[in-house]
Design a protein around this ligand. Structure first.
Ligand SMILES: O=P(O)(O)OC[C@H]1O[C@](O)(CO)[C@@H](O)[C@@H]1O
Length: 403
């Protein structure tokens, strides 16, 4: 990982809106640090039997993260040099003072240290979120969702492409961190078919972009494991099988973070779940298994995916990989925040302008769970103003494309 990422970021692109920070007690980031995180610590202690030193570290870090000020990584941390540089402006501040994106990423990095994930003890390499992700992957809701694939048999290729893009998009609602304290102030969860729930729908443009050129490599920057990753994998299988993509790369996180974010281990578990399912899901799983074996589907990761920066600051090796793709799909809220930068943009700011620094054509599939949104038409943006809480309730989504 480069350690020379500039903080603050390079002054390119459209005039910058202010970064989202957590210091407003009425704001969403504040509630993440003060309401959601205490529940998360409890959930972790309930999920695994931690030894005394890990319990002590978790308690100390909980006190720091909820009521204290930002401290450094432990001196022995393998990535201490990176984080020393990245955290220099923020050490000693309350957790809600730095940019929200930075603070959340660092929170999850520190949490891993507290559980002993990088330590010499028995919890080394143990994903603290694994019990939550596994329960979801093995649960009955997934059986039903996989069985639903049998009902897609009657669709033609175009209909199937549209349906699978949508199911990958709404799969992003299955987010375990979000479930901890989902804010339902904006009413009950919207159904996928609810009129107006999809605020921007660029599916047709995404598909004609793929159809209008020779099949190339499609990249998918994954978000959550289990119930989100399964429809992502099904979508990749479809793109490969329909000739819309010659090959695909699935990017996942190099280490556990954001509760349910997919790692390589989660990807392998999802592939096994698919392969072992009956019917169309099992056939999909078998094809994907072979695609991994033949190299048509690569599962990849990069340290940058757990670094506290927007995509415009990605290192050159990752930039070159994505630049050679026909299309990159970014999944979820966090990747959206990294794609458009976590700023108080007016909601009508053009998506193309704020994603101009991303290498190559890009489409964002995201349910809206945090403050930043761009690319809305003025009428949609105006109508939403009468729905307080729409930005964080997870009931709206965007599917946005920039060629
Ligand atoms: O899993 P997703 O879609 O990236 O959502 C993660 C979101 O959850 C939060 O961590 C808390 O809601 C957001 O800050 C973050 O963007």
């Amino acid at each position: 990982m480069r350690t020379d990422q500039p903080v603050p970021h390079r002054p390119e692109g459209p005039a910058r809106a202010p970064e989202i920070v957590g210091s407003d007690p009425a704001g969403f980031p504040w509630s993440v640090f003060h309401d959601r995180h205490p529940l998360l610590f409890q959930q972790l202690r309930d999920a695994l039997p931690y030894p005394p030193d890990a319990l002590r570290r978790l308690a100390e870090f909980e006190a720091e993260a909820v009521h204290g000020v930002i401290g450094p990584l432990e001196p022995s941390a393998h990535d201490r040099a990176d984080w020393d540089l990245w955290s220099r402006p923020y050490l000693g501040l309350p957790w809600t003072e730095p940019p929200f994106l930075w603070a959340e990423v660092y929170f999850y990095r520190r949490l891993l240290s507290a559980t002993g994930y990088f330590g010499p003890g028995p919890m080394r390499g143990v994903d603290p979120f694994a019990p939550l992700k596994e329960a979801e992957l093995l649960g009955p809701a997934v059986d039903q969702e996989l069985a639903a694939l049998d009902r897609l048999a009657g669709l033609d290729q175009a209909e199937l492409s549209c349906a699978l893009l949508l199911s990958s998009l709404w799969g992003n609602r299955a987010d375990l961190s979000f479930e901890i304290s989902a804010d339902r102030a904006d009413g009950p969860p919207a159904q996928e078919s609810a009129p107006g729930a999809l605020l921007v729908d660029d599916r047709a443009a995404v598909l004609s972009h793929l159809r209008d050129r020779p099949p190339g490599r499609v990249c998918l920057i994954a978000d959550n494991a289990a119930r989100e990753l399964l429809p992502d994998l099904v979508l990749l299988d479809h793109l490969l099988g329909s000739g819309l993509a010659a090959s695909a790369t699935l990017y996942v996180k190099p280490q556990p973070c954001y509760v349910s974010d997919a790692t390589v281990a989660d990807t392998l578990a999802a592939l096994r779940r698919l392969r072992d399912a009956p019917g169309a899901a099992g056939r999909t799983g078998a094809r994907l298994w072979r695609a991994v074996g033949s190299g048509r589907l690569a599962v990849s990761t990069h340290a940058f995916f757990c670094a506290p920066f927007p995509f415009r600051d990605m290192p050159d090796d990752l930039r070159a990989e994505l630049a050679s793709a026909t299309l990159t799909l970014t999944k979820g809220d966090l990747n959206y925040r990294r794609l458009v930068e976590d700023r108080h943009w007016p909601a009508t700011t053009p998506f193309a302008a704020v994603t101009a620094a991303f290498p190559g054509p890009v489409a964002a599939l995201r349910t809206v769970k945090s403050d930043v949104v761009v690319g809305l038409d003025p009428a949609t943006a105006a109508a939403l103003e009468s729905h307080p809480g729409w930005r964080t309730s997870g009931t709206r989504a965007v599917l946005q494309f920039r060629p």
